[in-house]
Design a protein around this ligand. Structure first.
Ligand code: BGC
Length: 738
């Protein structure tokens, strides 16, 4: 007996450990087993707690079981400064400045998926340092109208381009244990009354234009979370929309991550329970200062949900499914022991931001090769325009940042070219701070417009070249969340000043800062137009390096730059803005242009935009030879490749992007003239030739068949058009699909 007792006491600790080490902590077990175990141990209160917020940007873990809180943050261009626990106001930390990466429109304009990967990885490292587990981005809503207030945060008008760019961004971010939250799913294509708009759209347009980038982010990128959009579809808010979430996202696409509501996008407990929302954020309670105990208890998916379960109206079936997804997110992020340490504002992050900015800048026009500016011959440079001295990392809504540094265009140009002169030219937005972040330089101005114009004109008379840095900014009704632009024209007195300068000095380089196209009425009189986006911390340096020719521009437009709004399908069909703006009720916005978005509309109507989708010049010249297909007949389950030689025929190294568009020669249904289906960027030394091979499969030929709700590629004849812009397709191959 004694002997046995001794043995037992010796064995006890070992046995006890073997029995009580919970599977949910045992890293040798797979995540699904660990989730099952954790779920079986959680109380109803703990389950309810993990599916809604506890502060503006965090939701609780399960303290008793050792799951840490989950921290989200905007996204998508850098890690937003911390706000107070329960307020939008900044917390005033001193360690939350970040690197501001270029806006996603610029990233899309690089047409370089490797840079999207670099972007995701760099952002993740900043997020890790700041202990953020979910980055609220990237955004892939399609650029439907150039008035869209948030287009700058998205990846352009084309579903294929956006898909190719979003996948590596998501993968890069998540490779470091930080979840992407792809937003705003879906059909949030304009900002005005975004909470009231019910989008009425054909299934075909939904699947062919508006969903592909989300689908790619989920299926190829493996996104761990997705954000429901504010607006409605089929009369139901997208944050708890059964078709969008349960059917398309979770069932059809197999999404195993978490659906997070946009902040305040949840409106109904039972819809949220049934229709696929997993995690509720930002509902409009009064914060911690009002309400019974904790205002977060009043969230739709908090006590009201618990009550319905206790009353027997719902079992925990739906709840367990939501918690299971949230736990999966915990294991991928907060509980992920493989994730590296983060670091903030490193040289490598600034290098990444600079590289992306330089590759994304698009040279739209360059008559007489005025650019690059010859630094020896261009002695007197005059910079004009408010955007040359305005910080663009602040403003614009939730993507606003507190950047550790932002090189302004004027400073970048001055540093590169030596003492340049400056004239303000016009007054636009003079705010001194935004969300607690002060703008670097005072924009206070007392002079009249006449005085400002006169100064610019006087100085322009003396200048060898005038660099006008204008465009839009991040204030309301421009490139800014919450509202759309009210017109297509450049704001303020910009056109007037440009016209006045042109009268005395035609050597004008127009640098446009924006996430959208705009009417450029003086375009034929201006020799150079550069699209420079909102490019973050390294803005001035990137712009100067392109103007000086240190960097050979290689960006391509990710959208069609219309000459006027009636070239855009949404406007020409009278769909946007419609009459819905006049009322605060939920009102339909019918996407009457259907699949004819961007170049699909201008092609179909024989319209010539100011600058075509995919357009972008270089300081060198390229020649494309004849494309050759590897076969004439493509099997339905096979592939076909097209090879084309590209030669750098100029005198400096540079990159060109070969773009492949598919046309169906004959089709029983209405199809776009052509659609982008592959592209590849190549870097070539002067005189160098490379063969570029682009491969597609039958997916590239298919359309969404509304009768069967399936993608379908009809047998028949197709053309592959290859070239360097959607309006510059110099070679084609014809082939058949069996
Ligand atoms: C925006 C989201 C953002 C969230 C949190 C919302 O108003 O639509 O994009 O992530 O706020 O700031």
């Amino acid at each position: 007996m004694k002997k046995i007792t001794i043995m037992m006491s010796f064995l006890m600790p070992v046995m006890a450990q073997a029995q009580t080490t919970p599977v949910y902590l045992d890293e040798s077990k797979n995540i699904e087993q660990r989730i099952d175990d954790a779920l079986s141990r959680m109380t109803l209160d703990e389950k309810i707690a993990v599916i809604h917020a506890q502060s503006k940007f965090s939701s609780p873990g399960v303290k008793r079981l050792g799951f840490p809180d989950l921290w989200t943050d905007d996204g998508p261009h850098g890690v937003r400064p911390d706000v107070l626990w329960d307020e939008w106001e900044q917390a005033g930390q001193t360690n939350d400045s970040c690197v501001a990466f270029p806006a996603l429109t610029c990233l899309a304009a690089t047409w370089n998926p490797q840079l999207a990967r670099l972007y995701g990885e760099s952002l993740a490292e900043e997020a890790l340092y700041r202990n953020k587990n979910v980055m609220l981005g990237p955004g892939v809503n399609i650029y439907r109208t150039p008035l869209g207030g948030r287009n700058f945060e998205y990846m352009g008008e084309d579903p294929w381009l956006a898909s190719r760019m979003v996948v590596p961004y998501v993968q890069g971010l998540q490779s470091k244990g930080v979840a992407a939250c792809v937003k705003h799913y879906a059909l949030n294509n304009d900002e005005e009354y975004r909470h009231q708009v019910n989008v009425v759209i054909s299934d075909r347009a939904l699947h062919e234009i508006y969903l592909p980038a989300f689908k790619a982010a989920v299926q190829e990128g493996g996104a761990w979370s997705i954000m429901g959009a504010y607006n409605l579809y089929q009369g139901v808010h997208n944050c708890h929309n059964a078709t969008m979430l349960n059917k398309i996202l979770k069932k059809d696409w197999g999404f195993d991550g978490v659906v997070i509501s946009d902040w305040g996008g949840c409106h109904d407990t039972e819809e949220a329970i049934k229709n696929g929302l997993d995690l509720e954020f930002g509902s409009w309670t009064d914060g911690l200062t009002m309400g019974a105990t904790n205002a977060y208890d009043n969230y739709y998916m908090a006590l009201p949900y618990k009550k319905l379960i206790q009353e027997g109206k719902y079992t925990t079936k739906e709840l367990d499914e939501k918690v299971r997804r949230v736990l999966r997110l915990f294991y991928r992020t907060t509980m992920n022991r493989q994730k590296p340490y983060g670091f903030l504002c490193s040289e490598s992050h600034y290098e990444a931001a600079l590289k992306i900015a330089q590759e994304g800048i698009v040279l739209l026009k360059n008559d007489d090769n005025l650019l690059p500016l010859n630094i020896n011959k261009t002695k007197k440079i005059l910079v004009v325009g408010e955007n040359a001295i305005k910080m663009m990392t602040v403003g614009g809504g939730s993507s606003s940042l507190k950047a550790q540094k932002e090189i302004l265009p004027l400073d970048g140009i001055s540093a590169r070219f030596g003492g340049v002169d400056y004239a303000r030219g016009y007054v636009g937005d003079t705010v001194q701070s935004y969300n607690g972040v002060k703008v670097g330089r005072s924009l206070y101005e007392t002079r009249t417009q006449a005085e400002l114009t006169a100064e610019a004109v006087e100085k322009a008379k003396q200048a060898d070249v005038v660099i006008f840095v204008g465009g839009l900014n991040k204030s309301d009704h421009q490139d800014c969340e919450g509202h759309d632009r009210q017109g297509y024209d450049l704001p303020y007195a910009q056109n007037e000043v440009i016209e006045a300068i042109l009268k005395v000095n035609p050597r004008l380089v127009y640098v446009n800062i924006s996430g959208n196209g705009a009417a450029l009425p003086w375009i034929n009189k201006v020799p150079v137009v550069v699209q420079a986006w909102f490019i973050g911390s390294e803005a001035g340096e990137a712009i100067a390096s392109v103007l000086a020719g240190d960097v050979n521009p290689s960006g391509k437009l990710p959208f069609t730059w219309y000459a006027s709004l009636n070239q855009c399908g949404a406007h020409a069909t009278g769909s946007y803005p419609g009459t819905w703006r006049e009322d605060y009720k939920i009102i339909d916005e019918e996407y009457k242009e259907g699949i004819y978005v961007g170049y699909r509309y201008t092609d179909a109507n024989g319209l010539k935009p100011l600058f075509a989708f995919g357009h972008g010049l270089s300081y060198t010249t390229f020649k494309m030879g004849k494309a050759v297909a590897d076969k004439q007949q493509m099997a339905a389950d096979g592939t076909i490749s097209f090879t084309v030689p590209v030669t750098n025929t100029g005198s400096c190294a540079g990159s060109e992007t070969v773009q492949l568009y598919i046309s169906a020669v004959k089709s029983k249904i209405d199809r776009p003239v052509k659609e982008l289906k592959a592209f590849q960027k190549v870097y070539l030394q002067p005189g160098e030739t490379q063969n570029v091979t682009l491969t597609i499969n039958a997916d590239a030929l298919s359309y969404y068949d509304e009768a069967t709700s399936q993608w379908r590629a009809d047998a028949g004849k197709y053309e592959a058009h290859l070239g360097t812009a959607s309006n510059k397709l110099s070679t084609k191959c014809t082939f058949r699909l069996e």
